[in-house]
Design a protein around this ligand. Structure first.
Ligand SMILES: [Fe+2]
Ligand SMILES: [Fe+2]
Length: 147
């Protein structure tokens, strides 16, 4: 489960045990993505649009790179739902570009980096974990995969 740090802010994410996939490299990448997403939210809350926009692109690039590396791991492990999962990744990537359009992130930096955008990013990432990666977790458990 991805918990929210109530004590810090209701919008910060933390990877907790329930959402750990059980594959060290994948979990490490999820962790790194969360760090960058939280930095984006930090900058947005601090009113620093330029830093937040910069962080948004770091988050986006990391997430898209992650999709490829995750697919490589899945392929190497003979995951039977790889094709389905790749389709989910393509959809998630398309959603990111829809977000860029929706909030006009390619245009000049203004007050577009708002809390709605942060919520959209959090939802997108949670969907990625909950909708596709958890099924791979089940597969690893079936294999009794250990590192
Ligand atoms: Fe995934
Ligand atoms: Fe993932």
């Amino acid at each position: 489960m991805v918990d929210q740090h109530e004590e810090q802010s209701r919008n910060r994410l933390k990877l907790s045990a329930g959402f750990e996939i059980g594959h060290a490299a994948i979990d490490k990448e999820h962790e790194a993505i969360i760090v960058e997403l939280n930095k984006c939210i930090d900058a947005q809350e601090a009113g620093n649009s330029i830093a937040s926009l910069k962080q948004f692109y770091v988050f986006k690039d990391l997430l898209i790179t992650h999709f490829s590396s995750e697919e490589e791991v899945m392929k190497a492990m003979g995951y039977h739902l790889l094709e389905e999962l790749s389709t989910q990744h393509v959809k998630a990537a398309e959603n990111i570009f829809e977000i860029i359009e929706k909030y006009k992130l390619n245009d000049e930096v203004n007050d577009v980096l708002n809390t709605d955008l942060m919520t959209d990013l959090i939802e997108l990432f949670l969907r990625h974990l909950a909708a596709d990666d958890t099924s791979f977790k089940g597969y690893l458990q079936e294999l009794k995969y250990q590192e």
